[in-house]
Design a protein. Structure first.
Length: 250
């Protein structure tokens, strides 16, 4: 294997997506991630799972030692034990993982909540009035919004899996491939746009939605961006949004 110290981040990221590495090679890749202090939770978890699948001798003690190198980024002892049980007792019957710890393969189809609008216009920033995330079921708010866990599960799936065919026909290649910088940029831009737009439009009505979008933006950053992609993350502070809300309601 090529010396990893000489690889730039993009090359290391590409190597980390390969499926043909053996356990020793995955060990080298993981230790290089640790040396560089790359802390994106989902990719590290994905590589830990692939390393375990490739290992001939599946020792919990060895797995726990490797998992410990990446704490607290991927969780503590309880998370290590849960991952071990999932990946060995249930996971080994599955194909090699395409993402981090996920539900079984019989996951239901995408839940489509709206028909394509006749005019899905673009904003000045190149975004559309109705996003592909919304078309796939992403909704916030006190009345009809998804729970925090459901939103994060949907965002995980939206980023890591191929999107429904109608998304390609309606949006073209705007969202790129699974796990790509292009898709994460688009998701982050849509959340940032919603925060900036609705926190000034009607703060009394949309305050809960703004907080949910900010929470989800922070979630995507911690789980998929930091230590994984080099592009600058949208900077929309919760405190700033709440200050606007308090000022306009006073």
């Amino acid at each position: 294997m090529k010396m990893l110290e000489s690889l730039n981040l993009a090359d290391l990221r590409e190597l980390s997506h390969r499926r043909d590495l053996d356990a020793d090679e995955w060990t080298v890749v993981l230790l290089e991630w640790r040396r560089r202090e790359l802390r994106a939770r989902a990719p590290v978890t994905m590589m830990l799972e692939r390393w375990l699948h490739a290992a001939k001798d599946k020792s919990y003690e060895r797995f726990r030692e490797m998992h410990r190198l990446f704490r607290p980024w991927v969780g503590q002892e309880a998370e290590a034990e849960a991952c071990w049980q999932w990946w060995t007792e249930e996971g080994l019957a599955r194909p090699a993982p395409a993402a981090s710890r996920r539900a079984p393969a019989n996951e239901p189809a995408w839940h489509i909540i709206a028909r394509p609008s006749e005019r899905n216009n673009r904003t000045a920033r190149g975004l559309r009035d109705e996003s592909a995330m919304h078309r796939c079921g992403y909704v916030v708010g006190d009345t009809h919004g998804l729970s925090l866990a459901a939103r994060h599960a949907l965002l995980d799936r939206f980023f890591t899996e191929p999107l429904p065919a109608f998304i390609k026909s309606e949006f073209g290649d705007e969202y790129g491939a699974p796990w790509s910088e292009k898709r994460l940029r688009r998701m982050a831009s849509m959340l940032e746009y919603n925060i900036e737009r609705f926190r000034r439009h009607d703060p009394a009505r949309f305050g809960a939605s703004v907080e949910a979008w900010q929470c989800d933006l922070d979630y995507l950053r911690a789980r998929y961006h930091d230590g994984w992609f080099p592009f600058p993350w949208p900077r929309v502070a919760v405190a700033e949004a709440l200050d606007v809300l308090e000022f306009e309601m006073a």
